[in-house]
Design a protein around this ligand. Structure first.
Ligand code: ARG
Length: 265
């Protein structure tokens, strides 16, 4: 009888050992893309409807849905990190985060220091003025005017090309619109979709858009150069574009069909 018990216990211990070793060998062979590594993704949640904080302080928006969907199809886990837009590129360069999704326009200049995935959103700049303004209609009428822009944005780069413009820079979108309403600037040059969304949803009263899509821009997900993740993120975007998920997310936030996207910038 005693002998049988001993045999049973020995058998069970062996079984446990085998299970444990199996588990160990599994964890030790995990590759960066197999899903257990949490990808640190930066975003500046002051940019409706791409990234914002809802009443419960949770992140939501087009970019948030898209990144979470990419994570789902690629087996990555996302660990969100809120950062001011202005510091995002240097944070990527320092590799403190693995990626950033924040309505970031792909530009040749930025590509010198960071990498981008394929374009995931077709965007462009617009001019916003007070509703009562009659004299600013287009690029030429911005000459010599007081212009508000977000620090480090493509809108800020664009404003530099306007002859004699007096440029004021702001840390975030909501601030420059407030100054536009107060009359401290004559116009704001910023991303068209964000401005139009804020006007449409009643967050921005007394402001109108002139010269919608003044430029053609594409947003990309940014990563440090030589990122080991860029390939799987690109595959994820391609999957969402072909399986209808991208279209669903676009429809949810913009109530319309998405335009075609180029595969490369
Ligand atoms: N698309 C513009 C740029 O890349 C502005 C993006 C602002 N995004 C934000 N989350 N504040 O410069």
């Amino acid at each position: 009888m005693k002998w049988k018990w001993r045999q049973l216990i020995l058998g069970l211990s062996c079984l446990l050992l085998v299970i444990a070793c199996n588990g160990l060998s599994h964890t030790s062979t995990i590759s960066p893309n197999s899903g257990l590594k949490a990808l640190k993704v930066a975003t500046d949640p002051t940019f409706v409807p791409f990234e914002m904080k809802n009443v419960n302080s949770n992140l939501e928006g087009f970019d948030i849905d898209l990144m979470n969907a990419i994570a789902k199809v690629t087996g990555l886990t996302v660990q969100w990190e809120s950062l001011p837009f202005d510091g995002m590129i240097s944070t990527l360069q320092a590799k403190t985060v693995d990626a950033a999704i924040s309505g970031i326009t792909i530009t040749a200049e930025r590509q010198k220091t960071i990498s981008f995935t394929r374009p995931y959103f077709k965007a462009g700049l617009a001019i916003a003025v007070r509703e009562s303004n009659q004299d600013i209609q287009d690029f030429n009428s911005l000459q010599g005017k007081k212009i508000g822009v977000q620090i480090g944005s493509t809108g800020a780069d664009f404003a530099k090309t306007i002859p004699n413009a007096k440029i004021s820079t702001y840390n975030s979108g909501p601030d420059f619109f407030q100054d536009l309403l107060n009359g401290n600037v004559d116009a704001v040059v910023s991303d068209a979709f964000a401005t139009l969304y804020a006007i449409k949803n009643g967050n921005l009263k007394g402001i109108k858009v002139v010269a919608n899509l003044l430029t053609e821009e594409f947003y990309g997900i940014a990563t440090p150069q030589d990122s080991p993740y860029i390939e799987s993120i690109n595959k994820g975007i391609a999957t969402l574009l072909s399986n209808g998920t991208y279209q669903q997310i676009y429809q949810k936030w913009f109530n319309t069909h998405p335009p075609a996207l180029p595969e490369k910038f």
